[in-house]
Design a protein around this ligand. Structure first.
Ligand SMILES: Nc1nc2c(ncn2[C@@H]2O[C@H](COP(=O)(O)OP(=O)(O)OP(=O)(O)O)[C@@H](O)[C@H]2O)c(=O)[nH]1
Ligand SMILES: [Mg+2]
Ligand SMILES: [Zn+2]
Length: 339
């Protein structure tokens, strides 16, 4: 917080916002309490949040005779913000249920809200599937940027190369480069074509084990993939993207089930994951092959740009870090403040 003194008007606005917030919380707590005091609430049971709105969530029963059924629920504000993917303890009710507890999250995906504050938008994600394609050609350094962002929130990223049917003389070299570079670094690389079905069975088998999100630039085939994997979802393919349709700020994340097990959490906002601000240290740590060398530079505050005795530059000279990844690291650092 800046120490600058607030004007009276700013002070008034802040107080007004705080009052409104606490009024909303009280209203919500009252609704939850009313529900809790109803006699027809069911017993406590486990469930999963499959979508969330400001003051309400939709819970799916994950056990018991109502397993698989959905109900809108209230929750008390002391539970914090509940998001899609959260595991909860809840009770069915009429007409609405109540969430009584939230279980610890093993991961949280956050994005900035319109005020620039980080806001959790989904929980318990296991895999971030970075979708790329021979066409449109990946924007420079975008894959590395996603990898850094995934590393920063400690969720395993996977590279999915879609449109393998479009591999030809002009694109083959680039695709093979991506495939081998990221495999060598230790990332899982999957290859599919939603058009001719190549690799789709292997992808389905892989996704059955996790809760995943798909990210990637416009036109790589995210909606086509989701439609192929979840025929009922019927997302719009090609033409206007959701972003252009202008719904990305209002649509909250939704959890969908793959037919063979595993889940997908999706929203236009989530598909923009990775494109917002990161810290310099996160960028450095996100280049996983740099790790062995971090902390070994002669100078404590080494910027790894030109310092003598820099362990990262020495590794670069020795061929232990590739020039392309080093360029990418520098490029991402340079562009950090443009977002
Ligand atoms: N040749 C080929 N085209 C594909 C394949 N998968 C998707 N496409 C086409 O690629 C275009 C873009 O696909 P979308 O699924 O809309 O891409 P998206 O990633 O959802 O794009 P945004 O919603 O804008 O972010 C469409 O014309 C698809 O038909 C594929 O495996 N092969
Ligand atoms: Mg799409
Ligand atoms: Zn250094």
């Amino acid at each position: 917080m800046s120490k600058r003194k607030l004007t009276r008007r700013q002070q008034w606005r802040i107080e007004k916002i705080q009052d409104e917030r606490s009024a909303r919380a009280t209203k919500r707590d009252n609704a939850a309490d009313t529900q809790l005091n109803e006699s027809d609430l069911g017993p406590e049971q486990h469930g999963m949040i499959i979508t969330h709105y400001g003051m309400q969530v939709v819970v799916e029963a994950t056990e018991g005779e109502n397993k698989g059924q959905h109900q809108r629920c209230h929750f008390r504000s002391n539970l914090g913000s509940l998001v899609t993917g959260d595991n909860v303890v809840w009770r069915t009710g009429n007409p609405m249920g109540v969430v009584v507890a939230v279980l610890p999250r093993h991961s949280a995906l956050q994005r900035p809200d319109p005020h620039g504050d980080m806001k959790t938008v989904a929980a318990n994600i296991d895999r971030i599937i970075i979708v790329v394609a021979p066409y449109p050609e990946p924007h420079a350094n975008l894959i590395d940027r996603y990898l850094v962002a995934a590393n920063a929130i400690d969720i395993e990223p996977v590279l999915l190369i879609n449109k393998t049917d479009r591999i030809d003389e002009t694109t083959r070299e680039k695709v093979e480069y991506l495939e081998s570079t990221y495999r060598k670094l230790g990332y899982q690389v999957l290859m599919v074509s939603t058009q001719n079905g190549q690799g789709l069975d292997a992808l389905k088998e892989y996704l059955n084990h996790y809760t995943s999100v798909f990210v990637g630039q416009s036109g790589v085939g995210k909606s086509s993939l989701i439609n192929a994997l979840l025929p009922e979802s019927n997302l719009r393919v090609g033409g206007l993207s959701e972003r252009q349709l202008g719904t990305h700020t209002t649509t909250s994340a939704t959890l969908l089930h793959f037919p063979g097990g595993g889940h997908l959490i999706d929203s236009p906002g989530i598909r923009e994951f990775g494109l917002w601000h990161m810290e310099e240290s996160e960028v450095l740590e996100g280049f996983i092959e740099f790790r062995d060398f971090i902390g070994h530079c002669k100078i404590r505050d080494c910027s790894h740009r030109h310092e003598p005795g820099c362990a990262i530059l020495t590794a670069l000279d020795a061929g232990k870090i590739s020039a392309t990844r080093m360029d990418s690291y520098r490029y991402i650092l340079r562009t950090l403040n443009e977002n």
